[in-house]
Design a binder for this molecule. Structure first.
Ligand code: GLC
Ligand code: CA
Length: 593
């Protein structure tokens, strides 16, 4: 936990390790399959720890590996203390921890405690009768009836994966709440015994085994408004309405998270990073992460990574093109660390819930620009203030599934939910737009098998195996083996850039951020300053985010004549009148000392 506050006098030695650590998210089903069943597993991950360590990873975040019916890829947990058998065993987790720790890396697990699987024994008990002691561990409500006497759900809320947030249970004639799939009933955090069971059963159990912390799923949805009323109708065409104000950042949320920290995270000094959706205002985010509040170390806020999507609970997959200026102002907004308080931020551009960055923020359509734009994205990320998170495959510029693939290759419950909703609407235009949007944005794009080499199944699984998702058609040209020894590769650039980030951590990890030329739609430039007040050290980052040659920002006027180029994504040229001539998708960083 972030008990160590910002200290102007003492520099970085007093900062917690997780601030300048590089985190790397592993999506275990798709990382490495060791036994040929086509599903990634813990022995596979363990066999690649040297790869992660060579890359410069400090902390590995493993997406859920617990026993689960896999309706939502393990974000539906059946038993928090068992490992889903295809991933391996609890002993494999011990080996993962030991082998990672031996290499100086830490491991955090994914904590999914807003909901369980409906197959979890808690829910089985809860649904068994209205007077079961665990009845109140989930959120049950009686039906309503409309004017015609037809049974309708307790409220009109829309769930994440389309459809209502309520499912009727015949057995006790009541509805249970689920913000996600009907297979994922929400736990009732209002119930103190339920909270205590969560702390013991899902957290202490793993911390006692040596896990270093958690990425905490859906962290701001534990407290729901307790009046359970209808949301205003914003989509007149649907019976289900977007209602995050009913269940997000609810009345007791800070109390619950504070308790979780006090009871479990703090005593174990476990690092925490919470998934904080629907909270696009830094003033609302600070209370979660200020060291004083003693809640979480870090959160993920999604405004930037959601660029291009429609409204999250509704037309999410109607693609919305966006200008570079939008990306800049959102970057600036979340670079709010200014040394005046202890608030901290995170930096990330990919995860398992979003499509690939090089396709969304770069240019993956031609091989030339694919390599160059992936490096420029890398340089953007490594020069930003906050804790950096990478997602598997980002470091080799993995791309979205080919546009020629049909809907049958999409496996995600959210993609299929939105597609089915469009089909049911009978509106050909909506179907077309949804397919187009999924092609750009679906969660599936980041979930296809990792591309290790050019052998069959991309080295993800042995020859003859059938991977659970189709391997990318381009795996022979985009893979680790091909990039490992190539100094010009994306992978080599990431290694270099991650080292550079640490060498200049005063500027890149801890510095302040000043955006330049916010309206320029081609070049993204900013200044990073040492805000510790120790030095006048500064960096200018200037990134050409277009396919045409551009003039970068005036480096000399900011840094003086001593401006020194510390890194470029391409062979750099000299400054012309203080400004670099940037080739298509070239990025550079200059410092004044
Ligand atoms: C989080 C996860 C996502 C999952 C959802 C429900 O948003 O990142 O993958 O579907 O929670 O648990
Ligand atoms: Ca396997």
């Amino acid at each position: 936990m972030g008990s160590i506050s910002w200290d102007r006098q003492n520099g970085f030695t007093n900062e917690p390790y997780w601030k300048d650590a590089t985190f790397y998210q592993v999506y275990p089903a798709s990382f490495k399959d060791s036994n040929g069943d086509g599903w990634g597993d813990l022995p596979g991950l363990i066999s690649e720890l040297d790869y992660l360590s060579d890359l410069g990873v400090d902390v590995i975040w493993v997406s859920p590996i617990f026993d689960s019916p896999q309706k939502d890829m393990g974000y539906d947990v059946r038993d928090y203390q068992k490992i889903y058998a295809p991933y391996g065993s609890i002993e494999d987790v011990d080996v993962l921890l030991r082998e990672s720790h031996n290499r100086g890396m830490k491991v955090i697990l994914d904590l999914v405690v807003n909901h369980t699987s409906q197959e979890h024994e808690w829910f089985q008990e809860s649904r068994s009768s209205k007077d079961n002691p665990k009845r109140d561990w989930y959120i049950w409500k009686p039906p309503r009836y409309d004017a015609d006497g037809t049974r309708i759900p307790p409220t009109n809320w829309r769930s994440y994966f389309a459809g209502p947030t309520w499912t009727f249970d015949e057995h006790t004639q009541e509805y249970y709440l689920h913000l996600y799939a009907s297979d994922q009933p929400d736990l009732n955090w209002e119930n103190a015994a339920c909270r205590k069971a969560i702390y013991d059963n899902t957290m202490r159990f793993w911390l006692d085994r040596g896990v270093d912390g958690f990425r905490i799923d859906t962290v701001n949805k534990y407290s729901k408004r307790q009046d359970f009323v209808d949301a205003p109708v914003t989509d007149p065409n649907s019976p289900h309405q977007s209602a995050p104000e009913m269940w997000c950042n609810g009345p007791r949320i800070h109390e619950f998270i504070h308790e979780m920290n006090r009871e479990v995270l703090a005593p174990y000094e476990a690092v925490s990073v919470g998934e904080l959706s629907n909270t696009p205002d830094p003033r609302q985010v600070r209370p979660y992460v200020s060291a004083q509040a003693q809640e979480l170390d870090m959160v993920f806020e999604f405004s930037l990574i959601r660029l291009g999507t429609g409204n999250i609970l509704g037309p999410k997959y109607i693609y919305q093109p966006f200008p570079l200026s939008k990306m800049k102002t959102l970057t600036q907004k979340w670079q709010f660390v200014d040394g005046t308080d202890d608030a901290w931020t995170t930096v990330f551009v990919e995860n398992h819930d979003n499509a690939r960055a090089v396709c969304r923020f770069g240019d993956s359509s031609t091989p030339e620009l694919w390599n160059k734009s992936a490096k420029t994205i890398a340089l953007w990320q490594v020069t930003l203030t906050g804790t950096l998170f990478l997602y598997q495959g980002q470091e080799i510029g993995m791309t979205n599934m080919p546009s020629s693939w049909g809907i049958e290759e999409y496996k995600d419950v959210e993609s299929t939910g939105f597609y089915e909703e469009a089909v049911q609407s009978g509106d050909p235009e909506l179907i077309k737009k949804t397919l187009h949007g999924l092609g750009h944005l679906a969660r599936d794009h980041s979930r296809i098998p990792f591309q290790w080499d050019a052998s069959p199944n991309a080295g993800f699984a042995r020859e003859g195996a059938t991977p659970w998702m189709r391997v990318h058609d381009e795996y022979k040209s985009i893979n680790v083996a091909r990039q490992r020894d190539d100094p010009d590769s994306i992978l080599s650039f990431y290694k270099k850039a991650l080292t550079l980030r640490k060498e200049h951590r005063d500027l890149f990890v801890f510095g302040s951020f000043t955006l330049l030329d916010p309206e320029d739609e081609s070049v993204f430039s900013y200044v990073k300053r040492d805000i510790k007040g120790h030095t006048d050290k500064m960096a200018v980052v200037t990134l050409n985010m277009s396919g045409k040659q551009q003039m970068g920002t005036d480096v000399t006027s900011i840094l003086g004549d001593g401006a020194r180029l510390v890194v470029s994504t391409q062979e750099g040229s000299k400054l012309v009148d203080g400004r670099p001539v940037l080739k298509p998708w070239e990025g550079r960083v200059y410092v004044n000392h």
